[in-house]
Design a protein around this ligand. Structure first.
Ligand SMILES: [Zn+2]
Length: 178
């Protein structure tokens, strides 16, 4: 039996279209699953960018650190970035104890738990200050620090309880900010 070629072509086109549609849907579903189910990043920040270190240092996060970083992204970094509306650079996130010591970080630094990030905007001190006020207004943080007259901002989030401290650091001491 020979089908007229016009019908045959129609079925070839429908078959191809159906295959492509199924493939696209499958791709989107799998990608979505990976994004949400993996829980390895947020809308604007990834765990891997929060674990960057100078070369020569092992800065691999533990599972506990990853969980803390995910909280930091979900509760502070993503909402703050959304409100700021422009790129925000994380200059330092997680630091392994060895890395923290090497760069002269505080002995009990929350960076070592994956609970803190240092931030800078591309708009300099003016932008950093605006970002600082955004985070302060949101109020969902453990410590928010204006570092050396808004040269950069330090923010931390502690899943087991936040103090909501707002501080200023002049290079030597910390002062409470009104
Ligand atoms: Zn810091």
């Amino acid at each position: 039996m020979k089908l007229p070629s016009i019908i045959k072509n129609k079925w070839v086109i429908i078959g191809t279209a159906a295959t492509v549609t199924v493939a696209v849907i499958l791709f989107l579903v799998l990608r979505r699953k990976k994004k949400g189910g993996g829980k390895m990043s947020g809308k604007y920040f990834t765990i891997s960018e929060l674990c960057k270190a100078r070369s020569g240092y092992d800065n691999t996060p533990t599972e506990e650190v990853k969980t803390n970083l995910q909280h930091l992204i979900d509760k502070v970094l993503d909402p703050m970035r959304e409100a700021y509306g422009k790129a925000v650079n994380v200059t330092s996130g997680y630091r392994s104890p060895a890395y923290n010591a090497a760069i002269g970080g505080a002995k009990n630094s929350q960076h070592m738990k994956g609970q803190a990030a240092d931030l800078q905007t591309k708009e300099g001190k003016e932008g950093n200050k605006r970002l600082f006020e955004i985070i302060r207004k949101m109020g969902n943080f453990d410590q928010l620090i204006n570092e050396k007259d808004y040269s950069w901002i330090h923010v931390s989030y502690n899943p087991s309880g936040n103090r909501g401290q707002v501080l200023r650091y002049d290079g030597q001491k910390y002062y409470p900010m009104a």
